[in-house]
Design a protein around this ligand. Sequence first.
Ligand SMILES: Nc1nc2c(ncn2[C@@H]2O[C@H](COP(=O)(O)OP(=O)(O)OP(=O)(O)O)[C@@H](O)[C@H]2O)c(=O)[nH]1
Ligand SMILES: [Zn+2]
Length: 225
Amino acid sequence: MDNAVPAVAATDHPVPNDAHLPADLRTPLRPDAFTLSEEEKIASISDHFREIMTLLGLDLNDDSLKGTPRRVAKMYVHEWFRGLNPAYQPDVKLFDNRYQYHQMLVERDITLFSCCEHHFVPIIGKAHVAYLPGEHVVGLSKLNRVVQYYARRPQVQERLTRQIAEELKNTLHTNDVAVLIEADHLCVMSRGVNDTSSSTLTAEYGGAFDRDQALRTEFLRLIGK
Ligand SMILES: Nc1nc2c(ncn2[C@@H]2O[C@H](COP(=O)(O)OP(=O)(O)OP(=O)(O)O)[C@@H](O)[C@H]2O)c(=O)[nH]1
Ligand SMILES: [Zn+2]
């Protein structure tokens, strides 16, 4: 269950997030990012969100509104931004490639829900990932979990794309990885330019996908591009 919350405090995992990624790909975090427990973060975010609602002029005594600050705080910590907490880093299991399957494996149309770090509104789309198996194959759902872990943070699409690709290279022990993301940014659709028809595509190609145009073309064909 993606949204299940393990009974651990953030302080149980005081390792810096993304330490295994190249420095330019790490989500910018404060050194004290993991000193508060999840419950302490929820309590404090809730207080601050109550203040925002009050400043907007809303009456927090209203039956429908009074639970909103804590609702939003829980949503931020447990759902939208759970990927900031290394406790939720997926445990990716590899299996021996007993079948000697060495062609491309594509996991396409992975549901992607993220949040624009400039406006804190949703980014909604799909990720398509592919790799060339060597000695090992990966459990399929783990590809979706890696996408979701990095998506559930304040993001820009370019960094998200490269974080997923880098993580897959590390865990699958191969550079032969492709990631393509197509997404709608609510900051573009619902405000600012108010464009509801444009969408954003980003791609990262590693190893053979970078070198071999035919392989890239095949990947794009398999995901329907
Ligand atoms: N490169 C990139 N830009 C993004 C992403 N998400 C949002 N943005 C852009 O971030 C930019 C922030 O620009 P600003 O000019 O500071 O913000 P703004 O005044 O709200 O800009 P407008 O959206 O044009 O109204 C905007 O152009 C957004 O479209 C993303 O994933 N990648
Ligand atoms: Zn935005």
